[in-house]
Design a binder for this molecule. Structure first.
Ligand code: CA
Length: 205
């Protein structure tokens, strides 16, 4: 039996919450919704959603706090939703372990694309063949895929989730040349020009 992916929507803006629920359910996803951060934590720990769409500005606790509380206990992909112009908030969310973000206002097409990418990553992360290769070592570099840790000379280095996905992808194809297009497609999906610029930027630093 094919069980539909479960998406938790955490959003206090009722029209936006309804818009997301209706759009996602129309595409066959199961949805649970709440407008409170504390309720979200309880739902995440008890119902184990596959994807969490998390607004950062919530009435009871900050969305960032929700990420703090659940990141270690869930493998769900977390897509944060933030208002335009709140860049630092978004970066902080990614550093805390969010996997992707949406900036308000967004379209059904963009929401669906983000959810599809998140689901693909979720399925990859949880596939059996992915778990076979648990540690990658080359010279001083060691990557522990299960613990999502990267170490150089046994010293852990801090990577954002996107950076980790990049190094994970590159280690998988170690010794081979990957095109920019392939990497962007694997990491972000094929739909956003913006993020391919972030990758160019990443090469520079
Ligand atoms: Ca809000």
């Amino acid at each position: 039996m094919d069980i539909k992916p479960l998406i938790l929507i955490v959003e206090d803006d009722k029209p936006i919450k309804k818009f997301m629920k209706v759009s996602l359910e129309a595409q066959g996803y199961r949805c649970i919704e709440t407008e409170f951060g504390n309720a979200a934590i309880t739902i995440i720990l008890s119902q184990n959603p596959d994807i969490i769409i998390l607004d950062l500005g919530l009435p009871d606790i900050d969305g960032l706090k929700v990420i703090d509380k659940v990141r270690k206990s869930t493998k769900a992909m977390i897509i944060v939703v933030s208002a335009r112009g709140r860049e630092s908030e978004k970066v902080e969310a990614l550093d805390k372990g969010a996997d992707d973000y949406l900036t308000k206002p967004f379209s059904v097409a963009e929401l669906s694309a983000r959810v599809r990418v998140a689901l693909r990553h979720f399925n990859q992360d949880n596939s059996p063949q992915n778990n076979e290769l648990s540690v990658f070592v080359v010279k001083d570099l060691k990557i522990d895929f299960q613990k999502r840790k990267v170490m150089i000379l046994d010293e852990e280095i801090h990577l954002t989730p996107m950076e980790f996905k990049l190094i994970e992808l590159m280690s998988k194809y170690a010794g081979r040349v990957l095109t920019h297009k392939y990497i962007v497609n694997e990491i972000w999906g094929n739909y956003l020009d913006n993020d391919s610029q972030s990758l160019r930027f990443l090469w520079l630093i």
